[in-house]
Design a protein around this ligand. Structure first.
Ligand code: FE2
Length: 292
């Protein structure tokens, strides 16, 4: 579960797309709002047009989308905020070669406003290096050949699709080849989910959750002994009803260096913990960030 995709993510997608199209509909016009694009070019690594998304779209429309994104991040990942997103447009020759971007946030996202079914270019897919590549020599079978889709996971940026992934995984955007017209390019809003911390919807108090977190920390301790290195984000979701955690499930797991026992121990610690038996139901998202 190193990535999540959500199709038909935002009801604002159509209007966001319409705003972009209206701005580019007449290439002979020279209104001020056209002069907002930066041609980002790091030779041999990144080439795309980009602009701050929050300034590009009408305020009310963009805010509605942004709030949707923020709340999805809180409920699904336990990340409280989103870094200021960019709007990027990939026309002929634009690409992002494979790279990793750790310092920005624990989870990256790409939200597509690309008219994928009507596209006039080739390429433009989001690429993620497959985990199997790391075990390549263990798995290599000399009697058969290897092709690119066994090395790279290829995710088309379909219109209104949100992709969230571990940005430590080498990733990129396949070079776009086709028209120069931005109307027919790969158009995405992208950024990072940031600030992982527990998120509660309901009457459960933070202090009561902290007791459970302390218990979780205790069971994690032995897994970090002997200098074992574990890094990544484990987000768990559960409900608290009548003093008990129910439906304790993994929402996202980008851990490296951890085995299944760690996750089972954490789930068990939550399931057996006694929460205050108040009335009502609380929904909790608990992100556990490992950086050892
Ligand atoms: Fe990136």
């Amino acid at each position: 579960m190193r990535l999540l995709t959500v199709d038909t993510f935002a009801s604002e997608a159509k209007k966001l797309r319409q705003h972009f199209e209206a701005r580019f509909s007449n290439p002979r016009s020279a209104t001020g709002d056209r002069f907002v694009w930066d041609l980002w070019n790091v030779e041999g690594q990144y080439t795309a047009l980009r602009t701050p998304a929050w300034e590009y779209f009408p305020r009310k429309l963009y805010d509605a989308f942004h709030q949707r994104l923020v709340w999805w991040g809180r409920r699904t990942l336990g990340c409280h905020d989103v870094s200021p997103p960019w709007l990027s447009c990939y026309v002929n020759g634009c690409e992002q070669r494979l790279h990793g971007d750790l310092p920005h946030g624990p989870i990256a996202f790409v939200f597509s406003l690309t008219d994928w079914n009507e596209r006039r270019f080739t390429g433009g897919e989001t690429l993620l290096l497959r985990d199997e590549v790391l075990e390549y020599w263990d798995r290599f079978i000399s009697t058969r050949s290897l092709e690119e889709n066994e090395v790279l996971e290829v995710i088309p940026p379909r219109f209104n699709r949100l992709l969230a992934f571990d940005p430590r995984i080498p990733h990129g955007v396949r070079r776009v080849e086709g028209p120069m017209d931005p109307l027919y390019g790969r158009l995405v809003i992208h950024g990072w989910f940031v600030q992982p911390r527990p998120f509660i919807e309901g009457p459960l108090k933070e202090r009561a959750l902290q007791d459970a977190i302390n218990r979780v920390t205790d069971v994690i301790g032995p897994h970090l002994e002997d200098g074992k290195r574990i890094a990544g984000l484990l987000s768990l979701g559960f409900s608290v009803r009548s003093g008990k955690a129910q439906n304790v499930r993994v929402l996202l797991n980008t851990l490296r260096g951890a085995d299944q026992r760690l996750i089972s121990d954490v789930q068990k610690a939550l399931k057996t913990h006694d929460f205050p038996s108040g009335s009502g139901v609380s929904k909790v998202t608990l992100p556990l960030l490992f950086e050892s």
